[in-house]
Design a protein around this ligand. Structure first.
Ligand SMILES: [Fe+2]
Length: 264
């Protein structure tokens, strides 16, 4: 049976529904993505939110995440990004996460596959880090489930970004992750966020993809942060019984504004 997953990332919500980033209302875009994926609710086995759920760093914003995802609750899983606050996740999303020490993770079989979420949040920093304790936990999980093709979900992508400013805020211990993965060839795909644009990189036979934010998009190759006018979106992943997979980004159609003609 094919496993169907949705990855949503970097929604950057505020408690205030009207709040904006660079003139963009992140709540409005988040709700537009949820409306677009509503038909998937009956057939997608998981919806994974890969971090930067809040932008205002307020624990109450996780109540908004929970309320807006109410219809998806059985399938919802979460890992934190740099903008997240673990206390808010513990309080409001506690029944859809696992904890390894202070880290917010998950690891579970879905059909013949294993899905593992990693926590790259480094308090007070924009860059990310997995840390030795979490990498040891990951090694144990991968050894325990060695016969299952596996997908990892993590906020900070463990590959080079196309610009220096993004690399400076990347995953600091990604080389340790790749060293670990040399002993665990079942990992097929890594889904990340953080860079607010779509990309695909093959490393050690593992496809690493980044997914557009549900809110603000960043131009990939620029010297500083530049907001891109590409439509926002999400990622669809299909995992097949034979260990192969397919994935693609879905972007929302740009809204057409219809202005009624004035009467003649
Ligand atoms: Fe973000």
């Amino acid at each position: 049976m094919t496993v169907r997953l949705l990855q949503l990332t970097d929604c950057h919500l505020f408690v205030s529904p009207e709040a904006t980033i660079q003139g963009i209302c992140t709540r409005e875009r988040w709700l537009s993505v949820l409306a677009a994926i509503a038909p998937e609710q009956s057939r997608a086995q998981r919806l994974i939110l890969t971090g930067d759920m809040t932008h205002d760093d307020l624990p109450e914003t996780y109540r908004v995440v929970r309320e807006t995802l109410a219809g998806w609750w059985p399938q919802a899983r979460f890992v934190p990004g740099n903008h997240d606050v673990r206390e808010g996740i513990y309080e409001h999303l506690h029944d859809r996460i696992q904890r390894v020490a202070e880290r917010v993770v998950f690891s579970e079989p879905v059909e013949g596959w294993q899905l593992i979420g990693l926590d790259s949040h480094l308090p007070g920093q924009v860059k990310g880090e997995l840390g030795g304790e979490q990498l040891a936990w990951l090694a144990d999980e991968l050894s325990r489930t060695a016969n299952r093709p596996t997908v990892l979900f993590v906020h900070h992508p463990p590959v080079d970004a196309p610009s220096a400013w993004m690399n400076a805020i990347g995953l600091t211990d990604r080389d340790a992750l790749w060293t670990l993965l040399r002993s665990h060839a079942q990992v097929r795909l890594i889904c990340a966020g953080h860079v607010h644009h779509e990309s695909a990189t093959l490393r050690q036979g593992v496809l690493v993809v980044t997914t557009p934010a549900t809110g603000v998009q960043f131009t990939p190759e620029s010297e500083t942060l530049v907001v891109d006018d590409l439509p926002w979106g999400y990622r669809l992943v299909e995992l097949h019984d034979d260990g192969t997979f397919q994935t693609r980004v879905v972007r929302l159609p740009l809204r057409t504004v219809c202005v009624p003609l004035a009467p003649a």
